[in-house]
Design a protein around this ligand. Structure first.
Ligand code: FRU
Length: 347
């Protein structure tokens, strides 16, 4: 229970919703398929700024099984709890595109006032997002993208830039440690999700700063820690010399740390690079402090900004900018402790 409380407190505080710690915001439903339309939900004809008009937001999450996505949901719930006229219905697609399409279809049928979606993969979700948008439902796309322009706004961090910073860090580390060549293995996110491509492309840009850096193997582990255990294991078997592991998120980096032990590698000689930097007890910032991960990058969930912009759209009838790019930070041993505090984690 204690750990759960600390986790909730840390995730709520992640990117600034600290005021709500202890209020115990809850996800109101789970599964667009089971949520019934609330009686207070009337079509979008309601007057602007009408105090008391209730708005229903449908939140379609790609996969709640991952800690970063739970943090996103917690942050949305916490931000929405400050506004009693907002109700958020959560649906979890469990990393299944077909299920996520159905979840969005259900929200369309229910005539939600606004849709927030973090799409599992871009192509399979593009049409249904366009369908919601064409039906007059404002759509906020969070973190992963869809194709085309049929949505109201996108909120997320610049994954290409994060990848590039990681690549530059690796280029530098290889130089400082005199690794020639400097052999990198890459664990990639789910193929059809946009951050996987962007983080991969950006990294390749970044390492150009040092021609001794070589990506000797690159494989998908779909963002999943469990899958990354076996994938990284076979990568170590096939590559007797590995200097750097670049994984597209922290759970996959942690998996590669574990399988380095299994493969009998000297971890002190390997740089482990991740992305996400959650301020939770199992998160990336703590891992850098403890010396498992060498460097990671803050990847904000954007949950709080999604609610802020939902209110702009629904209450103020504003038209927000098409894309809102969130800041990132590099987390190293030197700043990990202060960043843990900054993002609301407990020491
Ligand atoms: C969770 C996650 C995060 C990652 C993000 C990219 O599903 O894999 O770890 O940063 O998605 O969309």
């Amino acid at each position: 229970l204690n750990v759960q409380r600390r986790y909730l407190a840390a995730t709520i505080a992640f990117f600034g919703a600290a005021a709500l710690v202890g209020c115990g915001p809850k996800e109101t439903t789970d599964g667009g398929g089971t949520a019934s339309p609330g009686p207070a939900t009337s079509p979008a004809a309601g007057s602007a700024d009408s105090g008391g008009k209730k708005f229903i937001i449908g939140m379609s999450q790609a996969n709640k099984g991952e800690p970063w996505r739970q943090a996103m949901n917690d942050q949305i719930a916490a931000a929405a709890a400050k506004h009693p006229n907002l109700e958020v219905k959560f649906a979890d697609a469990a990393q299944n595109n077909t299920k996520q399409v159905q979840d969005v279809e259900t929200f369309i049928q229910q005539k939600v006032d606004l849709l927030i979606i973090s799409p599992n993969e871009a192509a399979p979700l593009t049409d249904v997002v366009a369908k919601a948008y064409d039906a007059g439902i404002p759509v906020i796309v969070l973190d992963r993208k869809v194709n085309g322009e049929k949505y109201t706004m996108w909120i997320g961090a610049d994954n290409k830039k994060i990848g590039e910073r990681a690549g530059k860090y690796v280029a530098d580390w290889c130089k400082k440690n005199n690794k020639k060549p400097c052999r990198v293995i890459e664990l990639r996110g789910l193929e059809g999700s946009t951050p996987a491509k962007e983080r991969g492309d950006g990294f390749r840009e970044g390492i150009k700063a040092n021609p001794d850096v070589q990506i000797v193997a690159s494989q998908n582990a779909d963002w999943l820690r469990e899958k990354a255990i076996s994938v990284s294991n076979s990568m170590y078997q096939a590559n007797p010399n590995v200097d750097v592991v670049y994984a597209h998120n922290d759970p996959m980096t942690e998996a590669a740390v574990i399988s380095a032990d299994t493969a009998g590698r000297d971890k002190s000689k390997i740089l482990f690079v991740g992305i996400d930097a959650l301020p939770t007890p199992d998160g990336g910032i703590r891992s850098v402090m403890d010396g498992r991960i060498g460097v990671t990058y803050v990847y904000p969930t954007g949950g709080e900004q999604a609610i802020e912009n939902a209110l702009r759209i629904l209450e103020k009838k504003e038209k927000p900018e098409k894309s809102l790019v969130l800041e990132t930070e590099e987390v190293t041993k030197a700043n990990a402790e202060s960043l843990l505090t900054k993002y609301g984690g407990k020491k």
